[in-house]
Design a protein around this ligand. Structure first.
Ligand code: ZN
Length: 252
């Protein structure tokens, strides 16, 4: 093989995620959204003494076919808090939008902007806001709505004239978000080494046991291990051979 051919075959490398920050806020639609791929990175960050807070738009109450929403909501909330604790996240908040029918719009942007003003993150994390997963599977409207609203709210939070009612509630503008990092997109730009956090990521996903037991007949631990290990290893060729958690980073 000539040098030219080998460089043409070389996959585009992902850049290491920025490290010069102290506080992150992860905003997603449902319990388990962060555990399907992203929690390994969060474990590594909290290990390094960084602070990460979770905000969920819903309690995932429409996520279990065999369980009515009134019973599913508290169960999934408990599972989410337990899975957050495993990767070093103590604060989990819920915005109580309705699972499955989250509306992208002013109300959602305002709620997320309020959370950003309250927690003052430098890094905001969210989940795939694009139409599809890798051009293969159609994304859900909840993920699209929350992902887009989070990208928008990073700016809204810093402008005192957008949502002035938040200032009246004591939430002063916060224009300190430097990056919004989107997990699970078709177009990742950055990555974190998945290895140090992988075992905790598996345990963290496994905490969503009620959800997973309905989802698959496979042994839940085997299912979580296979999924997360495969997901991270698939990115290794793009991150110097290391299993990775990838993000599409939008700088501000
Ligand atoms: Zn979801």
């Amino acid at each position: 093989m000539t040098d030219q051919q080998s460089s043409a075959a070389e996959p585009t490398q992902l850049t290491p995620m920025p490290e010069d920050w102290q506080r992150a806020l992860a905003v997603v639609a449902h319990p388990d959204d962060l555990e399907y791929g992203c929690a390994g990175a969060i474990a590594a960050w909290t290990d390094a003494g960084r602070e990460v807070v979770y905000v969920l738009a819903t309690r995932g109450e429409a996520g279990i076919d065999t369980l009515a929403p009134a019973e599913a909501a508290p169960l999934r909330e408990r599972e989410q808090r337990a899975s957050a604790a495993i990767v070093g996240v103590d604060t989990v908040e819920f915005l109580d939008h309705k699972d499955g029918v989250i509306e992208y719009g002013i109300a959602l942007r305002r709620d997320i902007a309020a959370a950003i003003r309250k927690h003052k993150p430098e890094l905001v994390i969210t989940l795939n806001h694009r139409d599809t997963w890798g051009g293969v599977a159609w994304n859900t409207p909840d993920h699209v709505a929350v992902g887009r609203a989070t990208l928008d709210a990073a700016s809204d939070a810093g402008n005192r004239w957008i949502f002035p009612e938040l200032s009246e509630q004591g939430l002063e503008p916060w224009d300190g978000v430097r990056w919004v990092a989107v997990a699970g997109t078709n177009a990742p730009t950055h990555a974190v080494d998945a290895t140090p956090g992988l075992e905790r990521a598996i345990q963290s996903l496994l905490e969503h046991r009620a959800y997973i037991e309905v989802l698959t007949d496979e042994d839940p631990e085997k299912y979580c291990r296979t999924f997360l290990t495969g997901f991270a290893e698939q990115l290794a060729p793009r991150f110097g051979g290391k299993p990775a958690v990838a993000f599409e980073v939008f700088s501000r």
